[in-house]
Design a protein around this ligand. Structure first.
Ligand code: FE2
Length: 394
């Protein structure tokens, strides 16, 4: 009887400083984590924007000399992290400010993590749970440098997550560095930093936030607290994503979407699933933006899982106040939302063909998060879902 009682390991995130204008607290947040010479990691595009110059200037004025590393790609490669970790050591840094979208946040966290490791990144990034078990004893946690995360998009969840997605260039697979100590010490969640994001990127990363809450909610593991966060996260997306896309300067919409991102990241401590498994190879092989990949695939994956999670989807439909609550109501809502915010309906719009899908399907079935899906799926299933997404048949 006792064996049947719930048992689980739960991790909860990072201290979060949330609200418009809170980027002004960056020097204090760095100090609170003991930094004296932070390295600010961001992407080359952001590095040219006044928001990064202002952050560096604010730190310098507070007598926190801050150097910049911006040598990373939109879907970061292992070598980007290795070069960043070398810069971190060469500069005598004692902390990282991971500043930007998912790529910058992941790379920044990975740089702080790799700076103290004995093994190379190829041996510590994992593509499966078996790999994770093998990598765990090799990981050094003593002397890990602290991280302050500053998100400039709302959706990836990397600002409070415990992983970094890194591409292995040899196999073109999206692998991950995972460790609970990779969670940033402090997250500055300042919605104003997202106000300049284009409508298309706002839509794509917003759909990533939705995909985190949706997949975590559907994932069969036992984590009811994550499910509560997921439900709230999805309600926020329903209400506020169309507004954030329509008017990027609407700071209430930006604030609520930043909350939706944090809710999704709290929820995905539980797990994600097949949608992320199908979307990962789109990014690692074809450089598709993660949010767009998820957004296009979402209704097709929901349709594949729908029988196994019918009760959950009906409850979700009720929570979202959808007409005639049912799994179909949820799928119809996703389709309407996608159309409203300008997400394409088929994979063809992302440059994916049937020949590509033949190569991607076995990769999706082997992806580390495939096992978190409510129903197991094979490479053949993955091929079928891609085929539907190519044809636009939900
Ligand atoms: Fe995601």
């Amino acid at each position: 009887m006792t064996d049947a009682l719930p048992r689980a390991d739960w991790s909860f995130p990072t201290r979060i400083r949330f609200g418009v204008g809170r980027i002004a607290e960056l020097p204090e947040a760095c100090r609170a984590l003991g930094m004296t010479r932070p390295l600010l990691v961001t992407d080359p595009g952001l590095a040219k924007l006044p928001m990064i110059a202002a952050a560096v200037a604010r730190n310098v004025a507070a007598r926190l000399p801050t150097a910049l590393f911006s040598g990373l790609r939109p879907n970061p490669l292992a070598e980007d992290v290795t070069r960043g970790a070398a810069a971190f050591k060469a500069g005598g840094h004692d902390g990282v400010i991971a500043f930007g979208g998912g790529s910058s946040l992941d790379t920044g966290k990975a740089i702080a993590f790799m700076a103290v490791q004995r093994y190379g990144i190829e041996e510590l990034t994992v593509a499966s749970f078996q790999d994770f078990q093998a990598a765990l004893p090799k990981i050094v946690t003593a002397g890990l440098a602290p991280v302050v995360s500053v998100a400039t998009t709302s959706g990836t969840g990397s600002e409070i997550g415990r992983s970094a997605a890194i591409i292995d260039p040899a196999t073109r697979t999206k692998k991950g560095l995972f460790h609970e100590r990779m969670m940033p010490g402090i997250c500055i969640a300042d919605p104003e930093l997202t106000a300049g994001l284009s409508p298309a990127l706002t839509a794509a990363v917003g759909m990533d936030a939705l995909s985190h809450s949706l997949e975590a909610y559907c994932c069969p593991f036992y984590h009811p607290i994550a499910e509560g966060a997921a439900l709230h996260g999805m309600a926020l997306v329903k209400e506020w994503l169309p507004r954030a896309v329509a008017d990027g300067r609407d700071l209430m919409a930006r604030s609520q979407m930043m909350t939706a991102s944090l809710a999704g990241a709290t929820a995905f401590q539980k797990g994600v699933g097949g949608l992320h498994a199908l979307s990962h190879p789109l990014s690692s092989v074809h450089d598709v933006h993660h949010g767009f990949g998820n957004a296009v695939l979402m209704p097709y994956m929901l349709a594949f899982n729908r029988k196994a999670i019918a009760d959950k989807l009906t409850a979700l439909a009720r929570y979202l106040d959808l007409p005639r609550p049912s799994p179909k109501a949820v799928i119809d809502w996703v389709l309407r939302l996608r159309e409203q915010i300008g997400i394409p309906h088929t994979l063809g719009a992302l440059g994916i063909t049937a020949e590509h899908a033949d190569v991607l399907a076995p990769m999706a079935a082997l992806d580390i998060v495939a096992g978190e899906n409510p129903v197991p799926f094979t490479a053949k299933d993955a091929r079928r879902i891609y085929a539907r997404a190519l044809a636009g048949r939900v």
